[in-house]
Design a protein around this ligand. Structure first.
Ligand SMILES: *[C@@H]1O[C@H](CO)[C@@H](O)[C@H](O)[C@H]1NC(C)=O
Ligand SMILES: *[C@@H]1O[C@H](CO)[C@@H](O)[C@H](O)[C@H]1NC(C)=O
Ligand SMILES: *[C@@H]1O[C@H](CO)[C@@H](O)[C@H](O)[C@H]1NC(C)=O
Ligand SMILES: *[C@@H]1O[C@H](CO)[C@@H](O)[C@H](O)[C@H]1NC(C)=O
Ligand SMILES: *[C@@H]1O[C@H](CO)[C@@H](O)[C@H](O)[C@H]1NC(C)=O
Ligand SMILES: *[C@@H]1O[C@H](CO)[C@@H](O)[C@H](O)[C@H]1NC(C)=O
Ligand SMILES: *[C@@H]1O[C@H](CO)[C@@H](O)[C@H](O)[C@H]1NC(C)=O
Length: 497
């Protein structure tokens, strides 16, 4: 059934002719609401003039040649925050085409690898969550098909799930198909608060590295892959640089969006050393390119992400050691004070949501509800400017050796009204100048500080650093040592001051 649908929706260039909307516009969709202006675009033969009627206004589209006899048309609609469904009509000499039941709301793009692709049917409490989706007809869903390309493509090469009204059926498409659980729970939580339509565009592919989702410009910023892959007649594989940017992000750039959420990093954990460049470079580049193409998307659109969840059930430092390194690179991107590298970025910590017995492997924890909830709390604060919402666990800023050398004092930034809670004494390690790490015991918390005992380094070595939860699976089952409220403090590794 799913395969048949994909084939039906697969547009080849031969089938492109005639007057139509680009393939990610459709009935039941959500277009970005005011104050932004939404774009719609499509194709028409022979550059015939195209008029759009919307909300009793008529707008003439800009029509430009697109090679051969085909032309592209694009129009920008007047901003609206009306919550009633619209019919949008486009007319040319070739006839009239319509988009029916279009809502105006916030459009969020959800991207990344398998933990974003992971669907509601795979999550905990799947049947209850699917049934609940029937109560959210003002959330609309769209899923891009898995496609890779050596060059940027204008519209999606294929659609997995056309724009659909949220329902038990449309969130319940099956394993790894639709709909993304992290995206759904994020959007549902946002909807519950804003109470106006939400459009969720899911475009992700399991097992893929950040480089695949990055344009050549973004990779060049990190000195990576300055020449593109040589075309060799073979279809690109999805782990190659820029191929998913080309096929699954670039085509969407002309759609006005509110922001993006991202869950990725596992595929970079084998070689994590450049993630602290590639990830922020990708965020910057997506923002700049979306603004340049669509005009009406903010050049600083909010970008949320899920920090890597627990993987494995092994509390040894040699199991998947890249995971904490990726988490640390992600934490810095989130705006680890005092040097936030990017603005309007928000993060959900998930290292305490491990699921060692997941039937999909421990790298795919089934608790996407907490992921979506935490991401939405942060999104409400950062993307929607709600200054009341409690959205982050404590963020460590400094680790200072006491003058008597008996304890390290970790200082945290935490939100007003929330104290650092020390629930367990494990999880901290002292780094010595001989490159060893020794277990260190947290002894007490006081307001925004945690005191950690200092074990003795080997003879001749000095304490130099402190790290926290520096494991692939440091504290599953919500058993992390440091929280505030229900939100865990992310891991860190810092030199002592
Ligand atoms: C588009 O609108 C203009 C101005 O109202 C009108 O002159 C023209 O005939 C319309 N074209 C089409 C194809 O509907
Ligand atoms: C999804 O995966 C689960 C766990 O492996 C399996 O029990 C279930 O049958 C799968 N569902 C479908 C529709 O394949
Ligand atoms: C966006 O639309 C404009 C106008 O049709 C076109 O020139 C541009 O190439 C499009 N950009 C992308 C990324 O498709
Ligand atoms: C990025 O990580 C690498 C390896 O862990 C490190 O050498 C480098 O200093 C980091 N760069 C930044 C900007 O933090
Ligand atoms: C956006 O366009 C400007 C002007 O052409 C260009 O300088 C900038 O590099 C573009 N941004 C990105 C991210 O490509
Ligand atoms: C993980 O291992 C360390 C070192 O053996 C130990 O101190 C700590 O208690 C363990 N943590 C958990 C959650 O089991
Ligand atoms: C699943 O449902 C049970 C019973 O309502 C609830 O206690 C539990 O928190 C739910 N799990 C998740 C991950 O939401």
């Amino acid at each position: 059934m799913v395969k048949v649908l994909v084939l039906l929706l697969l547009y080849t260039s031969a089938a492109r002719a005639a007057f139509r909307f680009a393939n990610y516009y459709g009935d039941h969709m959500v277009l970005q609401r005011a104050p932004a202006q939404a774009n719609i675009w499509g194709y028409v033969d022979e550059c015939a003039a195209v008029n759009i009627t919307f909300n009793s206004a008529t707008i003439s589209a800009t029509v430009t040649p697109d090679g051969g006899t085909e032309c592209r048309w694009i129009a920008t609609l007047p901003a609206t925050d009306a919550v009633t469904p619209f019919t949008i009509t486009a007319t040319s000499l070739q006839g009239t085409i319509t988009l029916a039941d279009v809502l105006f709301g916030d459009v969020w793009v959800c991207s990344g690898q398998s933990n974003m692709q992971f669907t509601v049917p795979q999550a905990f409490n799947a049947s209850e969550e699917e049934a609940l989706a029937d109560k959210y007809p003002n959330i609309r869903l769209f899923t891009a098909a898995l496609m890779a390309s050596d060059t940027p493509v204008e519209e999606l090469l294929a659609v997995e799930q056309p724009w659909s009204v949220a329902s038990a059926k449309t969130v319940g498409g099956g394993n790894w198909t639709y709909f993304s659980a992290s995206c759904w729970f994020y959007g549902r939580n946002i909807y519950d608060v804003v109470q106006y339509p939400i459009g969720l565009v899911d475009t992700d592919w399991g097992g893929t590295p950040v480089e695949a989702w990055s344009s050549p410009d973004a990779l060049a910023k990190c000195g990576k892959y300055t020449s593109s892959r040589k075309a060799d007649g073979k279809a690109p594989s999805p782990d190659q640089p820029s191929v998913l940017w080309n096929a699954m992000i670039y085509p969407l750039l002309n759609m006005t969006i509110k922001g993006a959420v991202w869950y990725q990093g596992e595929a970079n954990a084998g070689d994590p050393s450049t993630y602290n460049c590639t990830f922020p470079a990708m965020i910057d580049d997506w923002r700049g390119k979306w603004k340049n193409a669509s005009q009406h998307t903010s050049s600083l659109f909010p970008f949320g992400f899920v920090q890597l969840a627990a993987y494995g059930s092994d509390n040894s430092s040699s199991f998947s050691p890249g995971f904490p390194v990726i988490r640390w690179a992600q934490t810095a991107d989130y705006g680890f004070v005092p040097n936030p590298r990017l603005r309007a970025v928000f993060m959900a910590v998930a290292m305490d949501l491990g699921d060692p017995s997941s039937p999909f492997g421990s790298i795919h924890p089934r608790d996407k509800q907490d992921v979506g909830l935490r991401l939405a709390l942060a999104g409400r604060a950062i993307a929607y400017g709600d200054s009341e919402v409690y959205f982050t666990g404590p963020l460590a800023t400094t680790a200072t050796m006491s003058t008597d050398m008996q304890e390290v004092v970790v200082e945290y930034t935490s939100l007003a009204g929330s104290e650092v809670e020390l629930r367990y004494s494990y999880g901290f390690e002292l780094g010595c100048s001989d490159a060893t790490w020794l277990d260190a015991t947290a002894t007490a918390a006081d307001s925004n500080k945690v005191m950690v005992g200092v074990p003795a380094c080997a003879a001749g070595a000095m304490p130099t650093a402190l790290r926290y939860c520096w494991r692939s699976d440091p504290c599953s089952f919500k058993l992390c040592p440091v929280y505030s409220g229900d939100l865990p403090s992310p891991p860190f590794q810092m030199n002592l001051t």
